[in-house]
Design a protein around this ligand. Sequence first.
Ligand code: NAI
Ligand code: MG
Length: 338
Amino acid sequence: MRLAVVPGDGIGPEVVAEGLKVLRAVAPDVEATPYDLGAARWHRTGELLPDSVLDELRQHDAILLGAVGDPGVPSGILERGLLLKLRFELDHHVNLRPAKLYDGVRSPLARPGEIDMLCVREGTEGPYVGNGGVLRRDTPHEIATEVSLNTAFGVERVVRYAFERAVARPRKHLTLIHKTNVLTHAGSLWSRTVEEVSAEFPEVTVAYQHVDAATMFFITDPSRYDVIVTDNLFGDIITDVAAAVTGGIGMAASGNLDVSGTNPSMFEPVHGSAPDIAGQGIADPTATVLSVGLLLDHLGRPELAKKVNAAVAFDLSTRDPKATIRTSEIGDRLAALS
Ligand code: NAI
Ligand code: MG
């Protein structure tokens, strides 16, 4: 297993070290090559993602990323020039974000119930493609456009992937989340695609919700969800709500997948570089370790993914909720349990 590792900035290197510790415990054959990308490199050299580095990344089976960013980098530079560039260049069309409420983890909800949802967010289209521009900037007549791009090809492959995941889960339920009543053009494409693909998956029951209603149900009745499929922007927003009700950002894992396997997929915790706690050894590495679980699953090692997930479940069910988190202690414990 050839793995490219981008520790990044802030707590990124701290949590990635623990992710690798756990990965090595279950897959000693992993060959990890570190890549220096992120805010630190940009400050030093002005570089974001040189083509030569991108070519090297392509030679790997997968990428593990910590987080990039610090307060000294203007907004949008790393997002557009590094994170989104990686997703677009490597065709990461599925952004997979599970949200599960583990035993022992406190949810802020009054009645959380059982929460185990898998959000399949479109990753390379929607309003994130950079299709827009600005005219008459800094004048009272400024015009700014940000066009949402939705292709039949792009929507279909994501919807199909979501159905494949749904049919393999016990509940076999899929919810499309969109805003079809207002965004009628894109909404119609998404609805028709779900309807068409659903014919191939008769065992899967299908529901639809507007995104605003969904944010409400994530809080009042999250156990109604199994697999969710949604566009890039809605998925970005609702998965933060999902993370919040299942224990917070320190536990939210994600995978950016090229389902075709042509390019390496990239796995990363949903959180950022957390400059407020960086360097103190108190970041929770659980999100990164769960991302390693997704990585193992994706690379066809589901038995190893199961071990990692079971270790996390056991650790969470036995954690003292009042004790301060020590990043490396959790990593040690998860590696020993895996
Ligand atoms: P953040 O996720 O870094 O932090 C938000 C809050 O959650 C902070 O209070 C932080 O201490 C806490 N937190 C995050 N991860 C944690 C963990 N593993 N354990 C315990 N607490 C944790 O988001 P924020 O503050 O908006 O962004 C900080 C920097 O990270 C910015 O430069 C931003 O651009 C970047 N960022 C990078 C991402 C990526 O690389 N994919 C994603 C999100 C933000
Ligand atoms: Mg986000």
